[in-house]
Ligand binder design. Sequence first.
Ligand code: BT5
Length: 327
Amino acid sequence: MNITVTRKLAQRLIEAQGVALSGQQLADDFGISRTAVWKHIKELEEQGYQIISVKKKGYILAGLPDTLEPTAIQAILKTKRLGRSIHYIESCPSTQIIAHQLAQENTSDGTVVMTEEQTAGRGRMARRWHSAANKGIWMSVILRPDVVPQKAPQFTLVAAVAVVRAIEQVTGLKPEIKWPNDILLNGKKCTGILTELQSDADGIQALIIGIGLNVNQVADDFDPEVQNIATSLKMESGKEIDRKELVSSMLQFLEQYTDLYIEEGFGILKLLWESYSSTIGHPVRARMAKETLEGIAESITDEGVLQLRTADGKLHGIYSADIEMTS
Ligand code: BT5
């Protein structure tokens, strides 16, 4: 079966907004037989599309599946660039790996890699990111901003603000950001962000922002390794969440905020980031590669560096660490 035709057919049904499309018309438009159209309709039904077949009128779309297929996302997407090209794979080791390959092949700014399942999802420092099938959002966004490499770390913070805004908009939940890359609900992690860079002597070639968001898992869906520290939007809200609504909202905020950051700098976004932060103003322990420091997390700088004041009064600039709240 020709997948492109199936996708185009889904797109036509979505665009028809509940109006019947005649089988003959579709057959003519796609240059295939009516039986072939019917086979594509059956394929879409298997994917979870609800399609009503009305005698003498044709096919009507009555419901969309909980899928992250590009057609379903793009039907509701309001962005200009982000997600206008989506590479969708049912299962893959890591969307970051695919995004890196695409970025080297000159893929366009705003391209998104999306999957239903990762078999080797990764966090910072080669840690594992558990990515259960069909329950979360595992995606990588490729950006090609014209900025100096020193401006790269803040993209993680900007992305975090975009994710919390989207979670709020779609679910009404109140997430918090834990510096630098975690999003928490009731103190448990629902999202991790991983920003990676491709750069050369000319500057940044591509930024790859990986976002892992636990959406519809229940406690048993999590690996025992993270069961005590992880949560999902469904566990916190008690409701099944529409993943494509969330993707669409996240991409919209991400486009808006990354554009704002590139054009105006980190100022306004820093204020927004601080308003969601669970870290600032609190006593924390910061574990870094070579040392661990305890103190009060006072602020972040315009460069996204955490300012930690230790008991001896010294202020330390922390570029990357794992943060634990100490009270
Ligand atoms: C992160 O790293 O939090 C970044 C995670 C980024 C994942 C996305 S998914 C799409 C894209 N493709 C990838 O392969 N990766 C990105 P870090 O701060 O190092 O946190 C990793 C730690 O989070 C692990 O050591 C676990 O303790 C915990 N963890 C793993 N899976 C989790 C999950 N599903 N939910 C909550 N916590 C998890």
